[in-house]
Structures are given as C-alpha cells and as structure tokens.
Design a protein around this ligand. Sequence first.
Ligand SMILES: [Zn+2]
Ligand SMILES: [Zn+2]
Length: 405
Amino acid sequence: MQEQGAGAGPQERQLVQRVARDYYGLLGVAKGASADEIKRAYRKLARELHPDVNPDQAAQQKFKEVTAAYEVLSDPAKRQVVDLGGDPLGGQGGGGAGAPGGMGDPFGGMGLGDIMDAFFGGGGGGGGRSRGPRSRVRQGDDALIPIELTLEECATGVAKDLAVDTATLCSVCHGNGCAPGTSPATCDMCKGSGEVQQIQRSLLGQVVTSRPCPVCRGFGEVIPDPCRQCNGEGRVRARRTVRANIPAGVGDGIRVRLAGQGEVGPGGGAPGDLYVEVQELQHERFTRDGIDLHCTVHVPMTAAALGTSMGLHTLHGVEDLDIQPGTQSATVLTMRGQGMPRLRGTGIGNLYVHIEVVTPTKLDGRQVELLHELATLRGEEQPELAARAHNGGFFSRIRDSFVGR
Ligand SMILES: [Zn+2]
Ligand SMILES: [Zn+2]
C-alpha cells in the first residue's frame, strides 16, 4: 500500500497519443450529441470493455480508446478543438495543465466501480470522487426568514425592510481567502490533483482507489496565509437590510423568493436565494379560508325579525349589509368581492357573514309585557316544541366555516 499523486504519468500520455482520432465514432454518438448522451455512451462501453469484466486484449485496447474519447468529448474546451477539426490530445505535446485525472491507463488503474464513481459521481458518503481537485468555491445555500404580516398586509401586499443575517462576501479578500498580497499555493501532498491514491493487490491485480487529499481536503491547493477577516473562508457573517416586496394575496406559509439574497458560498461562491416565509397574524374579526373571508355578526332578535341595514367594516372599508326581515340565526350572507385577492392571479374572494341572532336578556317590566303581548298575538304562549334529529352535517358545516381551512 502506498500513497502517490494522481497526476498522469508520462507513459499514460503516450498511450493517449496513440489512440484513434474519431472521438465521436469511438463512442458511437452523433457529432451534435449532448453531454448526457456522451456520458451514457461511455458508461455503456465501459461496462462492456473494462478489464474487470472483459480480460480480452482487444477489449482492453478499445477501452483505452473510448476512455480517451470520453476525456476529450466531456471537456467543452477539448471538444471544441475536435469540432474545429483539431486534436486536443495529439497537439498536447508534454501534456501540461490539461491532463489531470489520468484515466488513460486501465491496467494498473482504477477498478470499474472506481471509474463509474469518478466519471458519473459515486455519491458515496466519503465525499464524492471527482477527477482532479474540487473547487474551493461553491454555490451558497438558500436562507429562510419568517415575516409576520397582518391580514390587511396580505391583502394589499407590502414592502418591508428585513434585517437579514447571512454569510456575505469577505470585503478584504473578496472571496479567495488569502491575506492581501498573497495567493494560494499548490498542495505538496497531492501535487495539486486534490486526491491521493491507494494501491492494493487483489486477485484481479492491482486495485487503485483514490480519496480526497487529507492535507488540502481535495482542493489541490492550500492557503498559506489566510485572510484575517474571514479565516480563509472567503465569506463572513453579517447583518444587512433587505427590502422584500411581498405581493398581494400571500398567506400563512407562502414563501417569497429573493433571488441571490441568500448565503454566500464557501470561497465567495455565488449566493443562494433568500426565502421570506409569511406568518399571517390572526385577525380580530376575520377568519381566512383561501381567498374567502368569514366573519360573524350579532343581530338583535328584533332587528332580525324586522330587518335592518348596517354598515359593516370589511377589509376594504365600510360596506352596507342588508339584514332581511325574518333572518334566522346561522344565515350566511355573501358579500361578493370583499375577500382576499388571488396571489399572482386574477379574481378576488368573497366575505361570508354568519348571522347570529341574539336573544335579549335583562328585560325590564315593560319589555316583558310587550313580549307577552306579542306572544299572545302570535299564539306562541304555549308553543309546541318538537324535537328534531341532531343533524351533524349541518353543525359541522357551520363549525368548519369558522375554524376554517
Ligand atoms: Zn477574507
Ligand atoms: Zn492536497
């Protein structure tokens, strides 16, 4: 067992330079093939030709060739050279910066599983393998902050200034993590490849596995003199004020996205998005059900019997509400267009007014007299009260409209 740098050795480069030049033909893909099609074609061929599964000499030669073809066509810069009629491998001479991974030699090289991991993302827990060093710069995460809004604010939309704590770009090093005047250095352990290889002997011969370099954590470079401000992270936590424009029609749990206002990534990577999550405050009069609103109005028994007109405070102002003579308790009156606007849509909900008729209490002598007289006139002094079956559906409907949602 030994550890060594993963850079391509001189022998590999010679092998690569001897392969045929029809890279598209080798993979069996059309000239305009997408990156995905190229990947799939190579994966299929590698499964057939890799020495782990196919010991045939000709297959091994073919495997080298298709691997080289994949190397070229999966690299946009190299592929462009091919499309212009050139040969990126043939013209490479000493093979400088462009040949990091060293996939050219399948013999002493990686097992099939390692190839699959390296080329198509292993996803194994120990940090996904990749060819060459991974970037220090990574996309930042999204951030989420709550915002409390009244029902009125949800109805009209509102612009709010929010204090937001997120990672922000380091103003001293602008993300590269180096103290002013210094720069990153190539890692001594892995010579910049970002990974170290372990060679083990097995029944199949040498099996080489690679893992991220422990010194540079796979970056291929180290920061000898980290920025004091951010400790080399390229980002610092800071509080800033962000203006959030909340559209009309939002409600509890709705998230409004502010693009690019989230966390700045490691190494000063592009920020994620900021999500502002609405927490709708309970309204003193209205219960919300989507775009509809519900409220309860108490009507004195006499007004319910005689009918009346009243001014009702809706979300949008005072509106006339007509109570018809003979209105019963639990009557629901609909006020069209007095609900909530639809979020990013057209239309507006209704306001449903649930009437509760209030039986008078604390009657004085004269009032009792009048009610007796009324009862006599209506033949209601000895009313026959017939019991009716309790209709659960009716009561639960009423209850639902209040508890809502
Ligand atoms: Zn810094
Ligand atoms: Zn290293």
